[in-house]
Write a protein that binds this ligand. Structure first.
Ligand code: CO8
Length: 262
């Protein structure tokens, strides 16, 4: 099912358990304006509530870009007052709270806010034509939606500092070598590879998937002892689920498990 073509975000359901959200401003390389971000958040929150969705793929429309950043034309008119009053970046915090895994399928440019959006996802699958970067410095600003924090955590201080201070973009291969992306595939296969990965995640028990996402996310935020405690509580908690009983029974009985999400 595809929404009307003038939507800024399209939602499709190509395979069972997986939803695809598509940034749909191809003429401006899917530049992220405030309205697109509002639509994206609404779409993701709705998919997060839908029990038939177990994993989400996020991609750009067209072949040239995932997203070439915040919409510079729109952003150029912002003032500290308008930004503080409207708090458009507050939506980024809400995306972080989506509990289902989101896989970014990146072809072409993922720059500025586009790179930040990809990094807000849980896994990045890159086409070999992908370019990642935080070029904000060339506009007289700095990354504002997590770039200084997430890129540093992903690739380390020295490399993040170099990229953010110079605005240099990196290729998909460099991004893979630095640990920013989980895999690089031929560009034409990017979406299919992300979809395949999402389908594999969607075939796993959904409570355990959400718990695992939460626990891995905590690794970025908590000291080791607190993170280990969090993991242990999630682990213990899953023993209250029907899927834990089913998963272990299926192993012992040498059959495929039938997950209920309960
Ligand atoms: N904003 C608005 N329009 C854009 C953007 C953008 N970020 N990127 C591309 N476009 C438009 C171009 O203006 C052009 O439109 P038109 O045909 O009307 O002139 C069209 O897309 C095609 O782009 P180009 O002709 O420039 O294509 P090229 O192949 O020559 O170049 C590039 C591609 C290298 C990607 C080039 O377009 C570029 O440098 N774009 C800007 C990249 C950039 O600086 N991004 C960072 C923006 S700042 C930011 O993201 C801050 C994040 C803050 C938080 C996020 C909040 C949402």
């Amino acid at each position: 099912m595809t929404e009307p073509a003038d939507d800024l975000v399209l939602v499709e359901r190509p395979v069972e358990g997986v939803a695809v959200a598509i940034l749909n401003r191809p003429r401006v390389l899917n530049a992220i304006n405030f309205a697109l971000m509002a639509e994206l958040l609404a779409a993701l929150e709705s998919l997060d509530q839908d029990p038939s969705v177990r994993a989400i793929v996020l991609r750009g429309s067209g072949e040239r870009a995932f997203a070439a950043g915040a919409d510079i034309r729109e952003m150029s008119g912002a003032t500290p007052v308008s930004l503080f009053r409207d708090n458009p970046f507050g939506r980024w915090d809400a995306i972080r709270r989506i509990r289902k895994p989101i896989i970014a399928a990146v072809r072409g440019f993922a720059l500025g806010g586009g790179c930040e959006l990809a990094m807000t996802c849980d896994i990045i699958v890159a086409g070999d034509d992908a370019q990642f970067g935080q070029p904000e410095i060339k506009l007289g600003i700095i990354p504002g939606a997590g770039g200084t924090q997430r890129l540093t955590r992903a690739i380390g201080k020295a490399r993040a500092m170099e990229l953010i201070l110079t605005g240099r973009s990196i290729s998909a291969r460099e991004a893979e070598m630095m640990g920013l992306v989980s895999s690089v595939v031929p560009s034409a296969e990017t979406f299919a590879a992300a979809l395949d990965l999402a389908a594999r995640v969607a075939s796993m028990p959904p409570l355990a998937v959400m718990a695992a996402k939460e626990a891995v996310d905590r690794a970025h935020e908590l000291a080791l002892t607190a993170g280990l405690e969090f993991e242990r509580r999630e682990f213990y908690g899953l023993f209250a689920s029907a899927d834990q009983k089913e998963g272990m029974a299926a192993f012992i009985e040498k059959r495929r498990p039938d997950w209920t999400g309960e």
